[in-house]
Write a protein that binds this ligand. Structure first.
Ligand code: NAP
Length: 253
């Protein structure tokens, strides 16, 4: 028996990285999962792979900044399985630059994907959760919320997501819907690989340098973050609401 038997989940940005590991983990615990990603073909391919592993999943193209696509994906998931219990707001991008070089587009695109995306997805999903008097929303924040050089846009949205989490927790708790956030530290994914490339570092060297600062002496893997998200997504976490869990190998990696 899985911890999420009979539950239905939608994970944004689930085409790869932390989103994919989370979708797989939720499905392994018995949930039926919508793999939603801006790369629609990738989402469908990933869903096919999960089905090949004996899990229940389907893929949709979803740009979280597009209200119509968000409502369609949420509607399709609830329509297909008759409910929507779990939303993981994971989709994300980085557009790092020091403030004097940061363009309007760097700023707006990061605000749009992380904050507007989480808002649109949560607003659409909560309707089904409130009707059903049950729901779990998990937002993916970051240790960058505490400040990180070159990431004024990204740290602002990741801190913003923490405020968003706490406010939704207050508004939705009475309907059996909890809202929490996981704030990862350094995790090996395409996102951090791209950061290393942009800074002109070999990825292995970049990881080694980061590991020096991480108390547990290793980098994070997508599965580490999926495990934390799973905890908030379970029924037994029903008294935990509006919290931010740093998953960083230390108090701050
Ligand atoms: P990733 O490997 O780059 O994966 C992000 C996924 O989100 C990609 O599949 C990407 O698709 C998708 N995406 C981007 N824009 C989207 C949009 N508008 N709508 C829907 N999907 C979209 O990144 P990751 O490292 O797994 O990061 C996942 C989350 O964890 C992000 O919120 C990130 O900020 C957060 N996080 C990561 C780390 C880390 O060290 N990796 C640390 C703290 C927090 P495309 O590539 O096709 O655009």
């Amino acid at each position: 028996m899985g911890r999420l038997d009979g539950r239905v989940a939608l994970v944004t940005g689930a085409g790869r990285g932390i989103g994919l590991a989370t979708a797989r983990r939720l499905a392994q615990e018995g949930a039926s999962v919508c793999i939603a990603d801006i790369a629609g073909a990738v989402a469908e391919e990933v869903a096919g792979t999960l089905r090949g592993e004996g899990l229940e999943a389907f893929g949709v193209r979803l740009d979280v900044t597009d209200r119509e696509e968000v409502e369609a994906a949420v509607g399709e998931t609830a329509g297909r399985y008759g409910r929507l219990d779990i939303l993981v707001n994971n989709a994300g991008i980085t557009r790092d630059n020091l403030i004097f070089r940061m363009t309007d587009e760097d700023w707006r695109s990061v605000v749009d994907v992380h904050l507007t995306g989480a808002f649109l997805c949560s607003r659409a999903a909560q309707k089904h959760m409130v009707e059903n008097r049950y729901g779990r929303i998990v937002n993916v924040s970051s240790t960058s919320a505490l400040g990180n050089r070159g990431q004024s846009n990204y740290s602002a949205v990741k801190a913003g997501l923490q405020g968003f989490t706490k406010t939704l927790a207050i508004e939705l708790g009475r309907f059996g819907v909890t809202v929490n956030a996981v704030a990862p530290g350094f995790v090996e994914t395409e996102m951090t690989r791209t950061t290393a490339e942009r800074m002109g570092f070999d990825f292995e060297d970049f990881v080694a340098a980061r590991v020096e600062t991480i108390p547990v002496g290793r980098s994070g893997k997508p599965e580490d973050i999926a495990a934390a998200i799973l905890f908030f997504a379970t029924e037994e976490a029903s008294f935990i609401n509006g919290q931010v869990l740093y998953a960083a190998g230390g108090p701050r990696a």
